[in-house]
Write a protein that binds this ligand. Structure first.
Ligand code: AMP
Length: 592
């Protein structure tokens, strides 16, 4: 890697910082702790008017940072040390999975403020929710059916609300929640702030917006295409990879592509640090670059790149700004970026001056919407390809070794090795000597760890239905990793699916299962595949080769104080263990 032009850190006074948005210090320090370096475009535009108390109608898909865009202002506006029992903010979301995610986001961002957050969704015993609501709450995140149920029982009182958020409003309408939404909104104070986010803006939303939003700020993702011919000469490829398999997938892609120099973009500092550690452990020479580094540390990183002792730069957008790296051949998006503009900036770093470059994006199965938006904005196609297989990789490595040997034969001064060859040919055939030399050369250059199984998963088309709340179906876990289109963890090649007889009703969360598997069976967290948690049981994927050990270890373990049944899951779908109502995508609790 050669001659980065400059190493100045990005300016902090450009109005593009979280501080410039007017957020309070407790929130700023949480964001710094999370490694968020700068607001995403939707956050930059939405946060100031929302802090002012304006209503807002925003178009933003999952992956744009929309949750923080409304959660931060809600938290900002909560009175310090609030002790009232009834909520100040209500967030309505279409699915239980999203309810859990959003509640977790509020909890994470509101940690410094001691914010009380309660998720309320169908499928969870109502008693637990009653107790949580009764104990006093600042923010309720609810699916409409269950919210209405609590309203009718008077266990949810909305008279003290200052803000209502409708998240994924289009999805809620699609799921037939229009009347429920109206019934809920009609119970809220007229002077409340109302915020509506939606990935699409169908006309059906207009009636709702007209009735409940007052003079809203309207925000949408920019749709302009760059003028034709402006786009760089960049081959754009995406690979669909479950989150847990991303490090292995990245290694495989890097091996196949063999970049001269590459930048791998991550969203947060934490991700930059952990990914560069992982890559180094896998034998790549990767350097971490993020806004938390001092100028001296940055200089050192850039020095190593210039000297060629590092080949990969793992960076956040902020830290990589202003770097101009000659001979950069590849840009890798470890996640789909939060804004199409960011994607355009990133890939603009390759394909300069008529040179060809490659942009690679690792997309999680539910990231199709952002990918589509990016294609729309850039006016170019991103081809979704299958990950290279281990066999592809081996063939490619042999090809690289062959090319390196050929180069050496053409260019190097080889005479000083002649004595070695002469000595060996006394004893061995010259071809065998060559074969041994090729083997050593090949092994010396091939990074380790290419044999890891990576499940082959499809990109989900249509709306983000993975979040759909399906009564008690096994789709309802809190962890989106590695789902197949059928809603069950997908058994990728080499993965075994285990049934664990404890579920949400026992308080089990994905972290408990990963913790038990890594702690008791000695697996690495990375090895754990898709996880589904439903009411009474969970399904977890582990590598086939470790399945027996994991089963034995978990049978001896306690999870949430209980010793679960653990066995291989035999179900292909129809014979799954007890399930709830599978049809209408709502969250209505049983009324009995
Ligand atoms: P969302 O679009 O709300 O689903 O957020 C997508 C992901 O982006 C989540 O994992 C957030 O934690 C993350 N995120 C949100 N805002 C930022 C930011 N400003 N910088 C880095 N990551 C962010």
């Amino acid at each position: 890697m050669t001659s980065p032009a400059e190493t100045t850190p990005p300016a902090d006074d450009d109005g593009g910082t979280f501080a410039a948005l007017g957020l309070r210090p407790e929130l700023l320090s949480v964001l710094t702790g999370l490694g968020y370096e700068e607001p995403t475009p939707i956050q930059r535009e939405a946060v100031p008017p929302l802090i002012e108390g304006r209503d807002l109608q925003g178009q933003a898909a999952t992956g744009t940072g929309k949750t923080a865009a409304y959660a931060l202002p809600v938290l900002q506006r909560l009175p310090a040390g609030r002790t009232e029992r009834d909520p100040a903010a209500l967030v309505l979301v279409p699915t239980r999975e999203l309810a859990i995610q959003v509640a977790e986001a509020f909890y994470r961002y509101g940690r410094g403020l001691g914010t009380r957050v309660v998720p309320v969704y169908g499928g969870q015993p109502i008693g637990r929710q009653l107790r949580a609501l009764d104990g006093g709450v600042d923010v309720v995140v609810a699916t409409p059916g269950r919210a209405l149920d609590h309203l009718q029982r008077s266990t949810l009182r909305l008279g003290g609300l200052t803000t209502v958020v409708l998240d994924e409003a289009d999805e809620m309408l699609d799921m037939g929640f229009a009347e429920d939404l109206e019934a809920i909104l009609d119970e809220t104070p007229a002077e409340r702030q109302t915020v509506m986010f939606s990935a699409t803006m169908p006309r059906r939303l207009d009636a709702l917006a007209r009735r409940y939003l007052r003079d809203p700020v309207r925000l949408a993702i920019a749709r302009e295409r760059p003028a034709s011919g402006e786009g760089p000469l960049v081959r754009q490829t995406a690979y669909v990879v479950p989150r847990a398999s991303k490090p292995a997938a990245l290694g495989r892609v890097l091996d196949l592509e063999a970049p001269t120099a590459a930048i791998v973009f991550c969203r947060t500092r934490e991700e930059v640090n952990s990914l560069s550690e992982t890559l180094n452990a896998r034998g790549y020479r990767a350097e971490a670059l993020h806004g938390g580094l001092s100028q001296e540390q940055r200089d050192r990183v850039m020095g190593r790149l210039r000297a060629g002792t590092a080949e990969l730069l793992v960076a956040t957008d902020v830290a990589a700004r202003g770097l101009d790296i000659d001979q950069l051949t590849h840009v890798v998006n470890y996640d789909v970026p939060a804004a199409a503009e960011t994607y355009v900036h990133r890939i603009g770093r390759v394909g300069r001056a008529g040179r060809e470059g490659t942009a690679i994006t690792l997309v999680e199965p539910r990231g199709h919407r952002m990918l589509k938006t990016i294609e729309h904005v850039t006016g170019s196609r991103i081809s979704v390809e299958k990950l290279p297989t281990v066999a592809d990789l081996r063939a490619r490595r042999l090809e690289l070794t062959r090319a390196a040997l050929r180069e050496s034969l053409l260019e190097d001064e080889l005479d000083r090795f002649r004595a070695v060859v002469d000595a060996l040919t006394d004893e061995f055939d010259v071809v065998d000597v060559a074969l041994a030399a090729v083997k050593l050369a090949h092994e010396a250059s091939a990074p380790a760890g290419d044999d890891e199984d990576i499940p082959d998963v499809p990109l989900r088309s249509g709306p983000d239905r993975s979040d759909r709340d399906r009564g008690g179906s096994p789709r309802s876990g809190a962890d989106p990793r590695g789902r197949g289109a059928g809603g069950r963890p997908r058994s990728g090649a080499g993965m075994a699916r285990l049934f664990i007889g404890l579920g949400r009703s026992a308080g089990v969360r994905p972290g408990d299962l990963v913790g038990a598997i890594t702690g008791e069976a000695g697996l690495n967290g990375r090895d754990v595949g898709g996880i589904e948690i439903s009411e009474r049981f969970s399904l977890v994927e582990v590598p086939e080769t470790s399945a027996a050990d994991v089963i034995a270890a978990l049978r001896q373990a306690t999870i949430k104080g209980r010793r679960p049944t653990v066995k291989r899951d035999q179900a292909g779908g129809s014979d799954a263990p007890a399930q709830g109502r599978p049809d209408r995508g709502d969250d209505r609790p049983p009324r009995d």
